[in-house]
Design a protein around this ligand. Structure first.
Ligand code: ATP
Length: 233
């Protein structure tokens, strides 16, 4: 589904990613771990088309999307929920979702929105409420719902549990897992919260200094000593 080979990217004169390769298949949830500054956010931004690729390939199914800009990459099927969620606090829930449906092609936008409301009934109930009045957990749900309005094949989530009450974290993890399973979406997420990772992800990739230095099944990461060793690279 999503296949990334030998990606290099960064900011102006600063190279950050030094040849990253990974793949995520339909219905799979993969977590990207690593200490601060390892390049996780940079990788997601590069895959979303926000940062230019300086080398390597990004392929979605059989389509080469390496050089496609963010807007068209969203249409091709890669949705990105950035760190901090990027929702519009002064817009209502429905208006936020409307922005998301711009990436949807080939279907009536109202149908797509209704389908998303079925997954998130709480958002339908509050569709006229301003997004800025929501709790962290509700905002994260809205951000994921908005991404789903583009009918993505791949969902990139940057720290979905950030700023969310601990009792809601598991709920969001289960939601992500269910989306992947029911809709066959390939999910790649950056996450510091291990409870979230253990709940949602079947595989983990560990990044350090712009490279993937370890990959394994999530069950392997239940071993705390190993995890500490890997994340203290
Ligand atoms: P964190 O969990 O702290 O966000 P991360 O693994 O996501 O860590 P990145 O945010 O991708 O790491 O940062 C990787 C490197 O790129 C760091 O050295 C960081 O200082 C640098 N960097 C990040 N954003 C920018 C930017 N906008 N301009 C220049 N350098 C940046």
């Amino acid at each position: 589904m999503l296949v990334v080979s030998n990606i290099r990217a960064g900011y102006d004169q600063i190279p950050v990613l030094h040849g990253v390769a990974l793949s995520v298949t339909a219905g799979e949830v993969v977590a990207l771990l690593g200490r601060n500054g390892a390049g996780k956010t940079t990788l997601l931004r590069t895959l979303a088309g926000e940062l230019p690729v300086r080398g390597g390939l990004v392929r979605l199914d059989s389509q080469d999307v390496t050089k496609i800009r963010a807007y068209r990459r969203a249409r091709a099927g890669i949705a990105h929920v950035p760190q901090g969620r990027g929702i519009f606090g002064r817009l209502t829930v429905e208006e936020n979702l409307e922005v998301g449906t711009r990436a949807a092609i080939g279907r009536r936008k109202a149908d797509v929105r209704d389908e998303v409301y079925e997954i998130f009934p709480v958002l339908r109930e509050r569709r006229n409420q301003l997004a800025g009045t929501f709790s962290g957990g509700q905002q994260q749900m809205l951000a994921i719902a908005r991404a789903l309005c583009g009918q993505p094949k791949v969902l990139l989530l940057d720290e979905p549990s950030e700023g969310i009450q601990p009792n809601i974290v598991q709920q969001i993890a289960e939601l992500v897992l269910k989306l992947a399973a029911d809709k066959g979406i390939a999910v790649l997420l950056v996450e510091q919260n291990l409870e979230f990772v253990l709940h949602a992800a079947s595989r983990c990739l560990v990044m350090d200094k712009g490279r993937i230095v370890h990959t394994g099944l999530t069950t392997e990461f239940r071993n705390e000593a190993l995890l500490k060793e890997l994340l203290a690279l």
